[in-house]
Design a protein around this ligand. Structure first.
Ligand SMILES: Nc1ncnc2c1ncn2[C@@H]1O[C@H](COP(=O)(O)OP(=O)(O)O)[C@@H](O)[C@H]1O
Ligand SMILES: O=C(O)C1=C[C@@H](OP(=O)(O)O)[C@@H](O)[C@H](O)C1
Ligand SMILES: [Mg+2]
Ligand SMILES: [Zn+2]
Length: 547
């Protein structure tokens, strides 16, 4: 199924200009691969050509095409030459409705007359520029024509072109998404502080700006990745500056490997470079890695400055954005260095969830099931009954799911901010989950590990004489129907016994005892302590059942 739109055509055909207008019209996010390449390399395109040559640029461009083709509901504008790589063409055709912006050369030459940002068209005079464009046209136009689902006359006014494309997209089932969902504000009151989590649809920019305008911080640093910079952060910073609040963007790459002390110090160096002081604010826009690292940087910079979190993935919205746990990995050890530093405000905008690749969306769902098991039958049954709506990302159901999880976690954190008692129930699925992640060398996602962990911990509870088998079956069924793994075999974990040695390094283990959070039944989750030898016995029994 084609879930996004890409605009192609020669330089000057209006891919960037029309793409922005079209996205606005559809209520979708807009992404330009040229801009992504520039933000990722921190260089403009002429500079990239100068240093790496055209082929070097094409390699960066290919990585960006791969990245954006994983998303949904986005308007993409590519560089004119992206179609010269077959891999790009294949991906774009597979994932996007392709629109060819077709305009006569004379018009293109006129539009680009004073433009020096396109190195392949750099020329001393107009006729030379025209010749270069004609050479590119011969090579590329046949490809545009061949891959186009829709062709439009790009010599018209940009607004008109965008309108025409939007009309033609309807027959591909791609339509405007401007949903009217009533938001809500949830207050989290801990012993040390109190803050609001505002949940809503398409609320990020206004919420953050309103909040900051009331406080007028000395400076603001927004930490995000290149993709989210284009989608939201850049505009936010521009508006903040217009409002007289001096603001900057700090771009980081946010793969799990980058959740490191190096990234932490890089962010801190940037804070110092921009002159942030104790009256400044930090805004983290991104998934769990960006939230955790940025929150930790805010926690230790000048002994702590205030921060706002805008979580953009399902996992971050339902889990890591609440409760103020911030951290980086240290060597092999996950979240080994960290602190508690509650944000001053959380903006949970479910519009971000519309564009997530399926796999990343699903990653949040394991924690959702966990929350449902902790809370009880009502939410658990709601989940079980709404599996297909969740997978379709029905906006209302997604909103309810996020809201539910935020409220539950908020309540738990209010009673036990520092993870000394009650908060440990949130570790359900995680003693096994973390051990699975470590045992598989972190080549598995946290979500999949927690999903299998949930099932194994319920089995453990059963073998201890607590949970009955129907509880295990119900948890297993919901996880399975959401597309999450439930058995060691599905994740290529050959021996459950191997997990034991990793459990001993768990942060929850103390004085030689292991700690588990296990369900007695749905809605009754308890923390228990065990001797490693007892756990070894039980795991051996478990392997008997599994084989
Ligand atoms: N339909 C249009 N009518 C008039 N000017 C346009 C139109 N589309 C683009 N332009 C102008 O042409 C120049 C190149 O547009 P741009 O969007 O950068 O094209 P592309 O991304 O396809 O290279 C810009 O100065 C832009 O304002
Ligand atoms: O023709 C090309 O190969 C290029 C086109 C540019 O994008 P536009 O199509 O926006 O000019 C940009 O990707 C780069 O300068 C290379
Ligand atoms: Mg462009
Ligand atoms: Zn987790």
């Amino acid at each position: 199924m084609k879930k996004s739109v890409v605009l192609c055509g020669l330089s000057g055909s209006g891919k960037t200009t029309v793409g922005k207008i079209l996205a606005e019209k559809l209520g979708w996010f807009f992404i330009d691969t040229d801009q992504l390449v520039e933000d990722t390399t921190s260089m403009d395109i002429p500079k990239i050509f100068q240093i790496y040559g055209e082929e070097g640029f094409r390699q960066f461009e290919k990585q960006m095409v791969e990245k954006v083709c994983k998303l949904q509901n986005v308007v993409i504008s590519i560089g004119a030459g992206a179609v010269t790589k077959n891999e790009n063409v294949d991906l774009l055709k597979k994932n996007c409705v392709v629109v060819f912006l077709n305009a006569p050369i004379d018009i293109l030459v006129a539009r680009l007359e004073n433009d020096s940002s396109r190195p392949l068209l750099n020329s001393a005079n107009t006729s030379e520029k025209r010749n270069k464009l004609e050479v590119l046209q011969k090579q590329r136009e046949p490809i545009y024509r061949q891959i186009a689902d829709i062709t439009v006359d790009a010599s018209l006014q940009p607004e008109k072109i965008a309108r025409e494309i939007a009309r033609k997209l309807e027959s591909y089932g791609l339509e405007e998404r401007n949903l009217d969902i009533e938001g809500e504000i949830i207050t989290v009151k801990t012993q040390t502080t109190s803050y609001n989590v505002r949940i809503g649809y398409n609320i990020t920019k206004d919420s953050v700006i309103d909040f900051l305008k009331k406080r007028m911080p000395s400076k603001v640093a927004v930490v995000t990745n290149p993709l989210l910079n284009q989608i939201i952060a850049k505009k936010m910073v521009e508006e903040l500056n217009k409002e007289g609040i001096e603001s900057y963007v700090i771009l980081i790459e946010d793969s799990e490997e980058r959740k490191s002390p190096e990234t932490l110090f890089k962010i801190i160096d940037e804070f110092a470079k921009f002159g942030l002081d104790r009256e400044s604010f930090v805004v983290a826009v991104g998934g769990g890695v960006i939230g955790d690292v940025t929150g930790f940087a805010a926690a230790i910079y000048m002994r702590g400055i205030k921060w706002i979190y805008v979580p953009t993935t399902m996992l971050a919205q339902v889990d890591s954005s609440i409760g103020g746990k911030v951290a980086v990995n240290y060597g092999e050890k996950k979240n080994f260095l960290g602190s508690f530093h509650q944000p001053s405000f959380v903006v949970t905008d479910t519009k971000f969830l519309e564009i997530l690749p399926n796999e990343i969306f699903t990653e949040g769902l394991a924690e959702v099931v966990k929350s449902a098991v902790i809370d009880g039958k009502k939410f658990f049954n709601y989940l079980a009954q709404n599996v297909s709506k969740i997978l379709e990302r029905d906006p209302k159901v997604v909103f309810d799911v996020v809201s539910f999880c935020v409220k539950l976690k908020g309540k738990i954190v209010e009673q036990d901010e520092k993870d000394l008692g009650l908060r440990m129930v949130l570790n359900l699925g995680h003693t096994f989950g973390h051990a699975i992640e470590a045992c598989l060398n972190y080549q598995i996602s946290h979500a999949k590990a927690v999903s299998v962990g949930l099932v194994l911990e319920t089995m453990l509870s059963h073998l201890m004489g607590y949970a009955d088998l129907s509880t295990k079956d119900r948890i297993e069924n919901v996880l399975n129907s959401l597309g999450l793994p439930t058995s060691p075999r599905q994740i290529e974990l050959s021996s459950v016994r191997d997990l034991l040695k990793y459990m001993k390094f768990d942060k929850k283990a103390a004085r030689g005892k292991l700690r588990f959070t296990i369900p007695f039944k749905i809605g009754d989750v308890r923390v228990i302590e065990c001797d490693p030898s007892e756990v070894k016995n039980l795991i051996e029994q478990m392997e008997g059942v599994l084989s």
